[in-house]
Design a protein around this ligand. Structure first.
Ligand code: LFR
Length: 508
């Protein structure tokens, strides 16, 4: 009889992004963390005539597939789930979802902040939650559900944030993990409890699920599910279930001050603070998100590589069959590298770049409206996007350095630490170093999944401190340093960018 080979012990991170999801197993081998992607699947926003939604059934199936695939190869110790922020599932009678959840790019929230301001005091909302007011926030989405949608909210018995919903689907236990809960705009940044008054006013008459912290054991796989996919009843652990906070678990413990950039579909640029900073933050559009431990990630939520991803997708569609080969990210980077720097300026925060509209057409229109030369090729377009993003990071960096802390200011940062997929884009990293005139250091490109695994590791091993966990995550691959090129007239270039981009009213 063949001898049964003992499987290696691993921790499964299920990391869902807005364009794909993955099952990644983390294994500690001789004191080194290794990861193995066992399953990857597409996850796209579904666009209907006047709404957008996530296909919940498909997500559930793919989550099960991740577990199945992971268990075929490894002895899985625990499972952790993280997703993008703000989206949620209404839970109805018998604990079942009321409908497919709508998405943060849904048109229902267009102009919603203006509308809600007639009923709610926006300053008070900010003081309580400390969360930057952007239309995607759960609080604004719920308000839009209340005033526009024909979903019968009176049937809702609870509300599950996306990663917490998936853990509930697996275990039958519903909680709200604090990092994802803070993206709602309904959690008090100081007491870390739901703002009940605002919830009531929004029409949430049921109790929102209890807040828990990363590291908490949510439950074990339901027997029915474990039997169906042929695995044991594995533990499900709450990780930083907001993907951004899973990624920022890897911000190194450095001596100097480090600004981080979590760079993927979105750009999250900020610093770690010990407590929320409220004062002038609302006017300047900063957010205080709950991070691991007692930390606050003071950050700006910026439109990130979404613009480039959309451009690429649209150009592939236009080019037909040959498009896939022609518009790889590598080739686009190469084309941009071949172009002269600082010839076209776009404000990547303009609302026209946040949706599904034709990016190339929108860039052309933007240049025309701001009296700039037309763009001649895709390389120039990609360069304009990279530089536009870098100008936003520079602005954010300067604001951080000047925030008043006690008697003084936060002070000069030593470096920008880039986490996530964007860290692989060498031209982007160099442009950021040049525009911000600061050293850029690349961190783990799989930071989100790794951060997810680290919380599971710490939860299973009391002797693994946060510092040791961070080191494990940061020693997995090479880290590249980009030093800023000396650009004599950088201040002048920034001035031109500011003048051009302030000459146009941001489309909202
Ligand atoms: C990044 C992210 C951002 C959040 C955005 C929408 O993936 O989680 O932090 O603002 O997605 O949820």
């Amino acid at each position: 009889m063949a001898k049964k080979v003992k499987k290696i012990r691993g921790y499964l991170a299920i990391d869902l992004g807005a364009s794909s999801g993955r099952g990644i197993v983390g294994i500690v081998n001789k004191g080194v963390l290794e990861i193995d992607e066992v399953f990857r699947f597409e996850n796209q926003i579904k666009v209907a005539s006047d709404s957008t939604f996530w296909d919940l059934k498909k997500l559930e199936e793919n989550v099960l597939e991740c577990i199945k695939k992971a268990c075929e190869k490894y002895e899985i110790e625990s499972i952790g789930i993280d997703t993008w922020g703000v989206d949620y599932v209404y839970i109805g009678e018998k604990g079942k979802p009321l409908a497919n959840p709508s998405t943060y790019r849904d048109p229902k929230t267009e102009g919603i902040i203006e509308k809600i301001s007639k009923e709610f005091n926006l300053d008070e909302l900010y003081i309580e939650a400390g969360i930057q007011h952007i239309e995607i926030n759960t609080i604004f989405q719920i308000y839009a559900d209340k005033i526009y949608r024909n979903i019968n909210l009176s049937k809702a018995k609870s509300l599950a944030l996306m990663p917490n919903y998936l853990a509930y689907f697996l275990t039958g236990k519903l909680f709200s993990e604090k990092t994802i809960a803070s993206t709602t705009g309904l959690l008090s940044h100081s007491t870390k409890v739901w703002n009940e008054e605002t919830c009531k006013k929004l029409g949430i008459y049921y109790r929102l699920p209890r807040i828990i912290s990363p590291g908490f054991q949510i439950g074990i796989l339901k027997k029915r599910i474990a039997d169906e996919i042929g695995v044991k009843r594995i533990k499900v652990i709450a990780v930083c279930s907001h993907d951004t906070q899973s990624a920022t678990m890897l911000i190194p413990v450095e001596k100097g001050k480090t600004a981080f950039l979590s760079c993927g579909t979105w750009s999250l640029f900020g610093v770690e603070l010990d407590e929320a900073y409220i004062d002038i933050s609302r006017q300047r559009e900063w957010t205080n998100e709950q991070a691991f431990g007692d930390k606050i990630n003071y950050l700006k939520n910026l439109t990130g590589l979404w613009i480039l991803q959309q451009l690429r997708k649209q150009e592939i569609k236009k080019a037909g069959d040959k498009g896939i080969d022609e518009y790889t990210f590598e080739k686009l980077e190469k084309k941009a590298r071949a172009e002269k720097p600082f010839t076209h300026y776009i404000n990547t925060e303009d609302a026209r770049f946040k949706g599904f509209d034709d990016v190339s057409e929108n860039i052309k229109k933007y240049l025309l409206e701001t009296g700039q030369n037309p763009i001649e090729n895709i390389g120039q377009m990609v360069r304009a996007i990279y530089e536009g993003l870098a100008f936003q990071y520079r602005k954010a960096l300067k604001e951080i350095e000047n925030i008043p802390i006690g008697e003084t200011t936060y002070g000069k940062c030593k470096q920008i630490y880039i986490l996530g997929g964007g860290a692989q884009d060498k031209l982007l990293c160099q442009i950021i170093a040049d525009v911000c005139q600061i050293e850029v250091v690349t961190g783990n490109k799989e930071a989100t999944a790794v951060g997810n695994i680290l919380v599971q590791l710490m939860s299973a091993n009391n002797n693994i401190t946060l510092e040791r966990a961070k080191n494990l995550g940061n020693n997995m691959g090479e880290s590249i340093r980009y030093y800023p090129n000396k650009i004599e007239n950088i201040e002048q270039i920034v001035k031109v960018y500011e003048e051009i981009t302030s000459n146009i009213e941001i489309e909202n």
